[in-house]
Design a protein around this ligand. Structure first.
Ligand code: PDD
Length: 287
């Protein structure tokens, strides 16, 4: 079924949605994005995603071509028009399409930002059998740029990481810099040891996941201990449990790292419980 998408103020059938070849997102990956999950036809943590979007845009001196309040209505309208019960909404803002290719930023008064949103229908997203089995990861060197706290559309290396994982017969990759795990290709990484949840501290080296923020809050509310520090692959392989979080996977257990089984090799109790709490609380707060 053809989707209705949103491009620069218009709702259009996907086949009619067009972007200029001079768009700086296309030519220079000069843009930012957000992925917001939909459960029961409602948006999960829209406030968190819009706050991070504003921050990403601010860090790159880019303007949002729509009022933040109207953005919520666009999300809701796309959910309605495409009849999404479970899935995601992808949003991308780029520095627009000047009249030619030029490294210098265009004058924002002459070149408005481009905004695109589309839905991804994923029935069964919350109840995926993958979460009952857990995923396997390999480690790869983190060679991304130094501002990973900005959610830019430069996703070539994460895509290459997913391909390296696929070639190795596993599901995903964890990236390592200076011997320490930064994050997954499209998620934040965690281990659990003696009941303690360990995940890398925030900084420019990783994205401040919206799911991470919620999960750490729920963990503390459930009296679980959280330690925000970096860890090595060896420590992760020796942990009782491992998991990742993201808007599209929620809390996903990791059962193998570089061929070594983590814990019992099945989803651990902390990850399973956190997934339950996350889904339950997020559904309650969804708008
Ligand atoms: N990825 N780290 C990276 C590098 C990511 O790309 C993502 C999200 C996260 C988790 O952030 P959040 O919890 O806000 O989704 C961490 C999205 C889902 C994607 O690229 O599809």
């Amino acid at each position: 079924m053809s989707r209705t998408v949103y491009v620069n103020g218009e709702y259009l059938p996907e086949a009619d949605a067009k972007i200029s070849i001079f768009d700086r997102g296309f030519l220079m990956a000069d843009g930012v994005y957000e992925v917001t999950s939909v459960l029961d036809g409602k948006l999960l943590d829209f406030a968190g995603h819009s706050k991070r979007l504003a921050r990403s845009l601010g860090e790159l001196d880019m303007a949002l071509p729509i009022e933040m309040d109207d953005l919520l209505e666009v999300h809701r309208e796309l959910v309605r028009l495409n009849d999404i019960n479970e899935g995601m909404i992808y949003l991308q803002v780029t520095r627009g399409a000047p009249s030619d290719r030029d490294f210098a930023f265009p004058d924002p008064d002459e070149t408005p930002s481009t905004i695109v949103l589309f839905t991804q229908n994923k029935p069964g997203l919350a109840d995926t059998p993958v979460a009952k089995k857990g995923i396997k990861v390999i480690s790869i060197e983190d060679i991304r740029w130094g501002r990973r706290d900005i959610k830019t559309i430069q996703l070539l290396y994460p895509s290459m990481g997913k391909m390296m994982a696929k070639k190795a017969g596993v599901d995903d990759a964890w990236m390592v810099e200076d011997g320490m795990v930064t994050e997954g290709t499209s998620n934040n990484a965690y281990i659990v040891k003696n009941g303690k949840i360990i995940t890398r501290h925030l900084g420019t080296e990783i994205l401040a996941g919206i799911t991470r923020n919620a999960v750490l809050r729920f963990a503390e509310e459930a009296q679980m201990t959280v330690e925000e520090r970096s860890f090595t692959i060896a420590e992760a392989q020796d942990a009782d449990e491992a998991f990742v979080t993201s808007a599209s996977t929620f809390v996903m257990p990791v059962v193998e790292i570089d061929g070594a089984q983590v814990g019992a090799g099945v989803p651990g109790p902390v990850a399973v419980r956190l997934r339950e709490i996350y889904l339950e609380e997020s559904r309650k707060a969804a708008i």
